[in-house]
Design a protein around this ligand. Structure first.
Ligand SMILES: Cc1cc2nc3c(=O)[nH]c(=O)nc-3n(C[C@H](O)[C@H](O)[C@H](O)COP(=O)(O)OP(=O)(O)OC[C@H]3O[C@@H](n4cnc5c(N)ncnc54)[C@H](O)[C@@H]3O)c2cc1C
Ligand code: FES
Length: 359
């Protein structure tokens, strides 16, 4: 079920002109429900202009902090981010879904790893959580962060990162890459592109010395960095990616490859959720599994409806679906039968999907 809990805002801090950090009060009874792993995100819901608007925001605190905090950067013309930046203040109550997401790695105090993180703009939020948590939990591991911004004034968590750098002088290397502010080292000027990464890997950082990389930022940066890392020899499985928004152009439906293999136009769908079974019939190519389920009155979980956040993830137990876009699931999850219901269209006459399976 898309279970939301009303949480009261405890604190709002203006990090930059257009970004706020929002800390929620978690009552003791909900402490376990809102227990999070580093790099996870929350779905927030508000009624804006009479509409139910849901968006995902990454938790930007260490697991050890036990502090439910997100940062919301205002996107020009953005419905939720503009509303949040203008209206959120201590005492306001928001509907919040428990933490979700797999943008992290299991930690081991005995590990001696070198992690690399690339963040751009608000992409620093899950990275901050991952870095803080990891440096605390793995005393022999180190992190290198490349953080892209236009200029110092737009850097979210500048003070917090500086503090972290002071605490972990030996184990944290933090580099700002600025596109509209000249820095002394030319290599750190400009945007984080594939070409920039190639140069960084040639002159400044040996990819062979890195165990895992995390990337969070716009889609073009993510592709550029990931390609450069792979060119430099890093296997794809060691690159973890979190995308906040897909390029609108890519959200156009791709032609169906496996669509309409079977004869009938309708599919009998069974949804397993919270241990309960619900069934409905839907047309094969008219609407997504998520939309059909919602129309049938099932309280399906979702946030972005764009194949990015993975809130609507489920496992196909019987039948086949055709997925339009997938920016959220790893290859191994797809291989195990996981799909994004907001992007899935039934192919077979019968379909059974399970929302309760985690792995
Ligand atoms: C897993 C996940 C974690 C996220 N974590 C964070 C976070 O920690 N902090 C944060 O600020 N945002 C985060 N986002 C993005 C957030 O969910 C919203 O997409 C964003 O705030 C814009 O929502 P909106 O309603 O203001 O804009 P909308 O009204 O949905 O969109 C308005 C316009 O902005 C474009 N757009 C949407 N998102 C972005 C974006 N991120 N950058 C540039 N253009 C965009 C859209 O294509 C559209 O043209 C996350 C997204 C996901 C999927
Ligand atoms: S609702 Fe975000 S991926 Fe489906």
């Amino acid at each position: 079920m898309s279970k939301f809990y009303p949480l009261s805002v405890a604190k709002v801090k203006h990090e930059t002109r257009d970004a706020i950090a929002v800390t929620f009060d978690v009552p003791p009874a909900l402490k376990d429900t809102f227990q999070y792993r580093q790099g996870q995100h929350l779905t927030l819901r508000a009624v804006i202009g009479g509409e139910d608007v849901r968006r995902s925001y990454s938790i930007c605190a260490a697991v050890q902090d036990e502090q439910l905090r997100v940062a919301i950067k205002r996107v020009p013309g953005g419905t939720f981010s503009t509303w949040a930046n203008e209206h959120l203040q201590p005492g306001v109550t928001l509907d919040v879904m428990p933490p979700e997401g797999r943008f992290n790695l299991p930690l081991d105090p005995a590990s001696r790893r070198h992690y690399l993180a690339f963040a751009a703009g608000s992409g620093i939020t899950p990275i901050l959580s991952i870095v803080k948590t990891t440096l605390l939990a793995e005393p022999h591991s180190r992190f290198t962060i490349l953080y892209g911004n236009r200029a110092s004034s737009s850097v979210i968590f500048r003070d917090e990162l500086a503090e972290l750098k002071d605490i972990y002088m030996e184990r944290l290397n933090l580099v700002y890459v600025m596109s509209r502010e000249q820095q002394d080292i030319e290599l750190f000027n400009g945007r984080i592109t594939q070409d920039k990464c190639r140069k960084l890997f040639q002159h400044w950082l040996r990819v062979e010395d890195v165990d895992y990389a995390f990337i969070c930022g716009p889609e073009d940066m993510m592709h550029g960095v990931s390609s450069a890392l792979q060119e430099a020899g890093m296997p794809k499985e060691r690159i973890r990616i979190e995308l906040f928004a897909a390029n609108a152009a890519l959200q156009v439906r791709e032609p169906r490859s496996v669509y309409a293999v079977e004869s009938r136009h309708q599919t009998e769908v069974t949804v397993i959720m919270d241990g309960n079974h619900a069934s409905f019939t839907m047309d094969k190519d008219k609407e997504s599994l998520l939309d059909a389920g919602l129309r049938a009155g099932i309280d399906m979980r979702y946030s972005c409806k764009g194949g990015v956040c993975s809130t609507c993830r489920c496992k196909v137990l019987e039948g086949t679906v055709d997925m339009d876009v997938n920016y959220a699931l790893e290859d191994y999850e797809v291989a195990r039968g996981f799909v994004l219901s907001c992007q899935s269209f039934p192919v077979t006459d019968k379909l059974v999907v399970d929302f309760d399976v985690a792995e």
